[in-house]
Design a protein around this ligand. Structure first.
Ligand code: GLN
Length: 245
């Protein structure tokens, strides 16, 4: 059966810190290379949203200001999002977008940027920013998969939650710099602080998201192999730079 995926890219003009847009290019390219038709639906502020028309949602990172604008806009869709998440809608949320999934992001002044409270998670700004390359051990049960995920993080927020994380910090800071957890995995949600962008250097995670989207749409999640030696070189060069492995 011909397969089509609809990738909903939320507010690319506001949430594209450290080229998070690259995540969309990778998902789209890797899906198309497997013969999957891809429809990219970029969403601007003021556009009416219908999450029934989404097979995968992307939310990038942004400054605190942009995060506040997007949070306000999406609040009207909170119930729709909760229902879709319950059904397993795959969502990739990065940094500011990740924080927005939680209850709030509290600034040093005590002012709170409200989140969507889709999951029980809070973020408080720390005194300094957590910046640098990061490597984590991916919390996955995929057989034979490479376990490392690599990238770059730059955030003031310290995030706390009790869900399974995306992975365990090998080097870097992750959610808060203290509990060695990085990101979140809950139903179809993958939340993370990893930019860089995330997916060009982590093709295994890109395929994991594509498979989730295919299953969510009711298709077979079968994906053939690709020649992605360059992507893996990028992955390993970051690990080498960080003196890991
Ligand atoms: N509010 C975020 C912070 O903790 C935004 C950072 C980001 O998206 N890179 O700094």
């Amino acid at each position: 059966m011909a397969r089509t995926l609809r990738l909903v890219h939320l507010f690319p003009e506001l949430l594209n810190l450290y080229a998070d847009q690259g995540n969309l290019s990778v998902l789209s390219t890797r899906a198309k290379q497997r013969g999957i038709e891809v429809k990219i639906l970029p969403v601007k502020l003021g556009t009416k949203l219908d999450f029934d028309q989404a097979d995968l949602v992307l939310l990038g990172g942004g400054s605190d200001r942009e995060q506040a604008i997007v949070g306000k806009e999406l609040l009207a869709y909170r119930q729709d999002l909760l229902s879709a998440i319950d059904l397993g809608l795959p969502i990739l949320a990065v940094c500011g977008g990740y924080q927005l999934l939680g209850e709030f992001y509290e600034l040093p002044s005590g002012e709170k940027v409200p989140g969507l409270h889709l999951i029980d998670m809070t973020t408080h700004a720390g005194k300094n920013r957590l910046i640098g390359n990061i490597a984590i051990e991916w919390n996955t049960n995929a057989q034979g998969a490479v376990r490392t995920l690599v990238g770059f993080e730059n955030h003031g927020g310290r995030t706390m939650h009790d869900y399974p994380p995306l992975g365990k910090v090998v080097k870097g800071f992750g959610n808060n710099g203290t509990d060695q957890k990085e990101g979140v995995q809950y139903k179809g949600i993958v939340g993370t602080y990893i930019h860089g962008p995330l997916l060009p250097k982590n093709p295994h995670l890109a395929d994991h998201l594509i498979r989730n989207a295919l299953r969510y749409r009711g298709y077979s999640d079968d994906l053939g192999d690709l020649d992605d030696r360059l992507e893996w070189e990028a992955h390993h060069s970051i690990l080498n730079r960080m003196q890991i492995g």
